[in-house]
Design a protein around this ligand. Structure first.
Ligand SMILES: *Cc1c(COP(=O)(O)O)cnc(C)c1O
Length: 341
C-alpha cells in the first residue's frame, strides 16, 4: 500500500469517472462543436452565476490568461508574497504579459483590503508601474490551505472599484474553501472579474481548469488560449470528468478536511514536532524540531510507504485527497504515533 500525500493532484480517475468519460459525446472544440465541453462550460458558469466560462488544460494557463486579459505590458499586479502566480507559474507573469508583481506581506497567503490599498501605485506618478490588477488565492497553496472570509473579499473588491483595478481569483482549491466555510460559488461569482477553478486537484479529474468571467472577456480569453497553445479538440472526454467531479466529488471534500485536521492534531501532540500551522482544509504544514534531520525523516516515512513533501525553510507538507482512504489514514496515524527520535 503506497500512500502518496505530496499533493491532491496525485488522484487517479475512478472507474465511474472513466465510464462517464468513455460515454461522452464529443466534437471538435476548436470549432466550438464539442457538446460536452459546451455543457461543462455552461454548467460551471451557471454554478458561479457568471456569464461565461472557458475550459483550459491547466490552472496555470487559466491564471496566465487572466493576467493577460487584465493588464498591459509594464503594468503591475498586486498579490500575496506566497502567490502561485508568482512562485509556481515559471515566471509566466513577466514572460507572457510583461508585468511585475507587487508582493504583499500577507498572513498565510491571505491579504487584506488595507494591504492592497498600501500596495497601489499612484497612477499620476508615472515613474512607477501602473497598478491594474489584484489577484488573490483561495484556498492558499503555499499558505497551507487557509481561506478567506467573504467580508474581506468584499472589502478588497471595494478598493478595486474605487481605484479602477481588475480583480482575479486563483481558485485552484476554491472548492475546498466553499465546503470548509459553507459558502456558495455565487458569492464569489458576484465579486470577481475572473475566477479560475481546478478539477484535477481535490475533485479528482485527470486534467482541466475553467476560467470564468464576462462574455466579452471570455471571447478575448479564447484568442489568448489559442496563442498560448491551449486549444484542444475532442476535449469533451476531459470535460466529462469535470462534470462527474462536480456531481460527485465536491461535498465529500469534507472527509479530506477531517482527515487533515486529525493529522494536524496528532502531529501537534508529538514532542518531535515543533509547530503545526492551523488546518482549515486539506493541507497540513508542520515543522520538525530543529534537532531532527528533515531528509532522514522523509526517508524514514518512505520506508513505511508514506510520501510527503518538503516546502523548504524547514516546512513539511501533507495533502489529503480522494484516493487517501480510511485504511490508509488509520495506518498513517499508527505509523506516526510509533515514531521516536
Ligand atoms: C495547482 C495550482 C494552480 C494551477 O496548477 P496547474 O498544475 O497548472 O493546474 C494554480 N493556483 C494554485 C493556488 C494552485 O495550487
Amino acid at each position: 500500500m503506497e500512500i502518496n500525500l505530496i499533493s491532491d493532484t496525485v488522484t487517479k480517475p475512478s472507474v465511474a469517472m472513466l465510464q462517464k468519460m468513455f460515454n461522452a459525446k464529443v466534437g471538435d472544440d476548436v470549432y466550438k462543436s464539442d457538446p460536452t465541453v459546451n455543457l461543462f462550460e455552461e454548467t460551471v458558469a451557471d454554478l458561479f452565476g457568471m456569464e461565461a466560462a472557458l475550459f483550459f488544460p491547466s490552472g496555470t494557463m487559466a491564471n496566465q490568461t487572466a493576467l493577460k486579459l487584465h493588464t498591459n505590458p509594464g503594468e503591475q499586479v498586486i498579490c500575496d508574497k506566497y502567490s502561485h502566480i508568482y512562485h509556481y507559474e515559471g515566471g509566466g507573469a513577466s514572460f507572457n504579459s510583461g508585468i511585475s508583481c507587487n508582493l504583499l506581506d500577507g498572513h498565510r497567503g491571505l491579504i487584506t483590503a488595507d494591504l492592497v490599498k498600501q500596495g497601489i501605485n499612484d497612477p499620476e506618478f508615472y515613474h512607477a508601474p501602473l497598478t491594474s490588477l489584484v489577484s488573490i488565492e483561495n484556498t492558499t497553496n503555499k499558505g497551507g490551505g487557509a481561506c478567506y472570509e467573504i467580508k474581506e473579499l468584499q472589502k478588497i473588491k471595494q478598493v478595486c472599484d474605487e481605484k479602477n483595478l481588475k480583480y482575479h481569483l486563483d481558485g485552484a482549491r476554491l472548492w475546498n474553501a466553499i465546503v470548509a466555510k459553507k459558502q456558495h460559488p455565487r458569492e464569489f461569482g458576484k465579486l470577481f472579474d475572473t475566477i479560475s477553478v481546478c478539477f484535477s486537484k481535490g475533485l479528482g479529474a485527470p486534467v482541466g481548469s475553467v476560467l470564468l468571467g464576462t462574455k466579452a472577456d471570455m471571447k478575448r480569453a479564447l484568442r489568448i488560449r489559442k496563442i498560448f497553445g491551449g486549444n484542444m479538440r475532442q476535449s469533451g472526454y476531459l470535460a466529462a470528468a469535470g462534470l462527474y467531479a462536480l456531481e460527485n466529488n465536491v461535498t465529500r471534500l469534507e472527509e479530506d478536511h477531517k482527515k487533515a485536521i486529525e493529522i494536524g492534531d496528532l502531529l501537534a501532540s508529538f514532542s518531535w514536532v515543533e509547530s503545526v500551522e492551523p488546518v482549515e482544509t486539506n493541507i497540513v504544514i508542520f515543522k520538525l524540531n530543529p534537532a531532527i534531520d528533515e531528509k532522514s525523516f522523509l526517508e524514514k516515512l518512505k520506508l513505511k510507504n508514506i510520501h510527503i513533501s518538503s516546502m523548504g525553510q524547514g516546512k513539511l507538507r501533507i495533502v489529503t485527497h480522494l484516493d487517501y482512504k480510511e485504511v490508509m489514514h488509520t495506518y498513517v496515524k499508527e505509523t506516526l504515533s510509533k515514531f521516536h527520535f
